[in-house]
Design a protein. Structure first.
Length: 363
């Protein structure tokens, strides 16, 4: 078996596949130094994840100076986070097609999905199945006496608290898209912590949850799992190094934002996105006409690539070519990511007789 290649940033350091392997190596070094009377040599020795090679190393590193990783959410959750004093994993969920639900069932949709619902599992439910789920699980619906029966591959055992190295945005939390999450979630919020806090990876989630292949592919398809880090423990807010708000393009420290100005910004986002959709349609139309005239229609559309990195490069290229502003780019990303689901949906039912289609919308 070929030896792993050296790390491009730390070529002399051993590459460990997991944090546990790195900790075992750290213990060996500490014991060796202590047994030879050189205990001071291992003082300050830490294990740390390497963003250059994706492995874990052992070395004398200031943990507080490690690159930050980010937990993205909406401002709607800020009060609850401050009250608890921690960032913590949510309750595990069961995933079910919305076709199996009644109109009266009160269930939130899964992030980024128009057809899958996510049912939160109560503590009593998790306690009942603490030794594991049967092949088919009867899941109670919230605020209802109804149940749905699901294969255990669609029921989480453990949910993790997720972070990402992506400093632009994390599409895996779109609900169902970024525009809706910002306008209804009262703005965007993110917490930056040292990467050493998040010791788990996507593979750990799959190992702890017998997730159906369909769901695993769905989760991984909306973003890049190699950029995800996680923990199964609450993270005290005192360990958060930066708390930032998204303010029309840049991420700004929450301490540098005037609350009244931010509230006005969020209130105005619906009109901003409405204008962005109109402008985007016009720009895409002009671009399509230009490509038809040049005989290149369809080339860029099929050049998005199968990976998330390729998709991000596609977004960058299209935004530059069409000269999209901040809101127009978000709209373009939302449309691109949701388009396959929209095309697969059945057509909406016809309006009943007597509906006034010219009725003006509420202000």
């Amino acid at each position: 078996m070929a030896a792993p290649s050296s790390c491009p940033r730390f070529p002399s350091k051993i590459r460990h596949a997991t944090r546990e392997d790195a900790l075992a190596h750290q213990k060996q070094l500490v014991f060796k130094d202590a047994s030879t009377g050189r205990g001071e040599k291992s003082r300050g020795l830490n294990v740390f994840p390497c963003e250059h090679c994706g492995s874990w190393h052992v070395g004398h590193v200031d943990i507080d100076r490690l690159p930050l990783v980010w937990h993205y959410t909406s401002c709607e959750s800020l009060d609850a986070i401050i009250e608890s004093g921690v960032l913590e994993p949510g309750q595990p969920r069961a995933f079910v097609s919305e076709d199996l639900l009644d109109e009266d069932d009160v269930v939130d949709g899964l992030e980024g999905s128009l057809t899958i619902a996510a049912i939160p599992l109560s503590r009593s439910f998790l306690k009942r199945y603490r030794r594991g789920y049967p092949k088919r699980v009867r899941v109670p619906l919230p605020k209802s006496k109804r149940h749905v029966t699901l294969p255990r591959e669609f029921v989480e055992r453990q949910r993790l608290l997720w972070f990402t190295r992506n400093e632009y945005w994390e599409h895996s939390i779109d609900d169902p898209d970024r525009e809706t999450l910002e306008t209804w979630g009262k703005g965007f919020l993110r917490f930056g912590v040292p990467s050493s806090i998040a010791k788990l990876r996507w593979a750990d989630y799959l190992e702890r949850n017998t997730t159906a292949k369909l769901m695993a592919e769905y989760f991984a398809g909306r973003s890049d799992p190699t950029q995800w880090l996680a923990t199964d423990e609450p993270v005290p807010l005192k360990r958060v190094k930066r708390t930032e708000l998204y303010f029309g393009g840049p991420w700004v420290s929450i301490h540098d934002v005037d609350p009244a100005a931010f509230e006005q910004y969020v209130k105005g986002r619906k009109k901003v996105y409405a204008a962005a959709r109109k402008a985007l349609g016009e720009k895409m139309g002009r671009r399509a006409e230009a490509r038809r005239a040049a005989g290149t229609w369809g080339v860029a559309e099929h050049d998005a690539g199968p990976t998330h990195d390729a998709l991000l490069r596609f977004f960058d290229r299209e935004a530059k070519e069409m000269q999209l502003n901040e809101a127009e780019r978000i709209t373009f990303e939302d449309v691109t990511l949701l388009r396959p689901q929209v095309l697969s949906l059945p057509p909406p039912p016809p309006l009943p007789d007597g509906d006034d289609e010219d009725e003006s919308e509420d202000e």
